[in-house]
Design a protein around this ligand. Sequence first.
Ligand SMILES: Nc1ncnc2c1ncn2[C@@H]1O[C@H](COP(=O)(O)OP(=O)(O)OP(=O)(O)O)[C@@H](O)[C@H]1O
Ligand SMILES: [Mg+2]
Length: 273
Amino acid sequence: MTPNQGMPPKLPIPGVKNLIAVGSGKGGVGKTTVAVNLAVGLAALGHKSGLMDADVYGPNVPLMMGINRTPMAHGERIQPLEQFGVRLMSMGFLSPGDKPLVWRGPMLHSVVQQFLRGVDWGELDYLIIDLPPGTGDVALSLIQTAPVTGAIVVTTPSDVSLEDARKAIHMFNQVKVPILGIVENMSWLSCPHCHERIDVFSYGGGRRTAEEMGVHFLAELPLDPEVRVGGDTGKPIVLRKGQGEPFLDLARNAAARTAEEGAREGPTIEISD
Ligand SMILES: Nc1ncnc2c1ncn2[C@@H]1O[C@H](COP(=O)(O)OP(=O)(O)OP(=O)(O)O)[C@@H](O)[C@H]1O
Ligand SMILES: [Mg+2]
């Protein structure tokens, strides 16, 4: 019995060395913020980096990357856009505006497949995938059909978020996607007046949960109004000297963990019987 029985084989994406999924159990914990800054950080460190926005219903990548144009097609293949050295694809580029999409399972599946295989990603060291919140259809469809090298689970330190993060880790375990590690976002706030540290959502739960579940802890990222401003204005914080440092560290740690998992996994192709 193969772990992927009943599903199509996880064919590699030509030219793409590593596929990293960024997910969480809970919405609004900072997945897109982490995915964007990770992709831009990896590019800033000299890697060839891409970012695929798999949040088909709520694509936030165009806003956070400060770009929204319709991609060109070249023959059968869509050409990704490029910003800050990162190749990009998002549903937001194809259906701009505020109208929600009302697609169901099979159509979602085919969009995700189109984004993976119908986009001319070229040579990439890392393709980061920003997953929608939760453990629903899109996340499952994607990780069951793509050769995901590893997943990053984003959480805040609050118990509610950690409970959902554990669910996400179980989901990745069930579908045999290695966990690269947990990222604790909104770990603390530095008071702008007295610079005292305020643990808005509690503190340290990400690291504790990582230890309990036997996964790595990748980074703790501060709750910083400038991170939000960077997201809203399309200027990722990782590019800022000083304030961007924790995000750059995350990119370094994620790259190191990906190399470990890549070495463990061997070739990404899964041969079906
Ligand atoms: N460390 C942080 N400091 C300050 N603001 C942050 C931080 N992380 C995220 N935010 C802000 O919080 C909001 C939610 O973040 P984001 O969209 O990245 O979360 P998400 O998990 O992708 O949400 P969804 O589940 O809706 O996809 C955004 O406005 C973002 O700018
Ligand atoms: Mg998001």
